[in-house]
Design a protein around this ligand. Sequence first.
Ligand code: GLA
Length: 380
Amino acid sequence: MKKNEISKSIADKFKNIYDARPLVIRSPGRVNIIGEHTDYNEGYVLPAAIDKAIYIAISKRDDELIRLFSAEFNDVFEGKLSTVEKSEKYWANYILGILNQLQIRGHELQGFNIVMGGDVPIGAGLSSSAAIECATAFALNELFHLNIDKLNLVKMAQLAEHSFAGVKVGIMDMFASMFSKKDSVIKLDCRSLDFEYVPLKMEGIKILLLNTNVKHSLASSEYNTRRQQCEKGVEYVKSHFSEVESLRDVTIEMLDQFVAPKDEIIYRRCKYVVEENIRLLAGCDDLKKGDIAALGRKMFQTHNGLSKQYEVSCKELDFLVDHVKNNPAVLGARMMGGGFGGCTINLVKEEAINNIIKEVSESYKSAILFDISFFFMYFY
Ligand code: GLA
């Protein structure tokens, strides 16, 4: 379905349920070209918003009730403004988390009705959760004239995910959803939050997303563990260099000297992050020079690091990357997002796409006993 059709169907659903005309807000999912697990280490990322989005239809109520309807799950949540807390309905938590952030900041709201829907596949690593949070934050900001700027909405969305979804995510997904621009990726410095739009021009090459259609349950707990392991690494280095605040300030030499002798696992985790930041900066230069082959090679290296050093891949993701690795029509491929399932992102020569999809689908099915699905990345 096209954007305006989805928007209309969500608005129609809203009118059927609540008999009112809603404000409809659309917030996109994202891809990330390179720079994975770097955001919460104050490094760099290179995301872009895609043409798949979450839609929030919303209107005010005269009481203090909150009524939420998820079109995806065909499920209802009802609550009160005076008792906003985590719910067992996990889809509602992304909305409630935003409400909680607004209340912490002292914003006075009235009750409201929401219908939520969209076409960002859930669990595919395309940040459907960040898209829900950003759409909700933007919608409430508009509806109640709160005058919160976009960067603060992004920060609130990140905190909502920490407190109501329990995952200590970085800022990339929300930032991409809120600040992306057509035909460009965002080179975001996650320390200063300075950013630059880098044009993504790839003649004859398409971005193909292959969805493993699996999401392993350890994703959230392992994510938080990786974050702690990185912090531990920083602590080891900081006891020798007090000015070090995050892995952004750390070099491979420091890791060799102060972390390797203490803990081999922490050393591997931190080394991956330091190397990934270096790869991203070089990858941006490749992009600016139009050297997509060089960028693609770095993506394969990133996958290797995520799989072997950072250990956030899984057999399904590894299978998909291994499968295309020696195909000359695939310039680069890697797992994308937090890991343990979701999509791989592939840079593929246009003329070879149909064959690759056919071939990889068949092999995946016989090896993993699952179907893959695929999408092309189109800009927001
Ligand atoms: C998830 C998180 C992001 C980022 C990526 C890994 O998508 O939400 O903040 O850490 O994983 O790069």
